[in-house]
Design a protein around this ligand. Sequence first.
Ligand code: SF4
Length: 358
Amino acid sequence: MKLSPWDTIEVKDYSKLFDEFGIQPMFPVFSESYLFRRGIVFGHRDFDKFLEARESGQRVSVLTGIMPSGPMHLGHKMVVDQCVLYQDKGVQTRVLVADVEAMATRGIPEEQARDLAVNEYLLNWVALGLDLKKSDVYAQSNRSVPYYRLAALLSGRVTNAEMTAIYGDLSPAKTVSSLLQSSDILHPQLKEYDGPHNVLVPVGVDQDPHLRLTRGFADKLGLIKPSSTYHRFMSGLDGGKMSSSRPGSYIALNDSTKEALRKVDNALTGGRDTAAEQRKKGGQPERCMVYELLTYHFMPEDKELARIHADCKSGKMLCGECKKILKDRLGAFMDDLRKKREKARPKVKKFTEEMFTC
Ligand code: SF4
């Protein structure tokens, strides 16, 4: 299996990640969050050490990134939900805007990267609960001298063979981006920031190569190795991989409510060819995108989700009824999110004008 931060990947068997990459299975924690309760956050590296440090009163922080290269969709929302969970627990949260990486590796012009960062991502992050006053949100293009000095220093602490072992073949742009990502994760431990402490990075598992590289650097520099957690990927609405080149495969947070509901109408379900057949054989929630959306985002109540699963399997519930439950919740969510975005707009505009001032 190949993990790459730059290619769309699909994981068919998550248990292979434990054997092949040394990721640890997640243990029971944060039962108030359905992302943890349901095993959507399925794996970690040294998450126990992060929790121990926090519980013993040591400084800890959380850092994650925004890649401003396409629409923000429901798949991205899972990281926001986790960051808001930590923020509500009083953990310092850092969010980096990877605008330099977007320019270097994806050819996104600077102005476009900044526009996407603000209008696709940060507005939605704030609408979903990120408190800008409690967070350190920054753009790679405008971080400090110590941050860039660290990235340059890291370039001398790794060989081409080590980079290739982790990432496979790398272009110069991807090499620079990897070093910047490592500096993103490690620079909070510099004396100019908060000094050595445990930094947790909640990400999709495609980002694990950056964590492996960075943990190696931490060892070499005598810093504390970052911890990480990994969440599952959502499938595309058509049952394939989610891809920004196929807008029908995802629900973007900036979609109109009407468009989002239309996408649910067209989503692949695990229903049978006819109502009679479904009543007789039952549906297949395990291959149903409607059920996945309920599980990952729109049905935090475990009992109600279990009821839908049972009623689907027994043939008692048909897909029309099930889609209506999802559409009612999704429609309310999209309407509410739009209002919160508009409310947040002046604050985010002012904040990001300062953030991007070079
Ligand atoms: S009844 Fe619901 S969960 Fe079952 S296949 Fe249909 S849409 Fe999916």
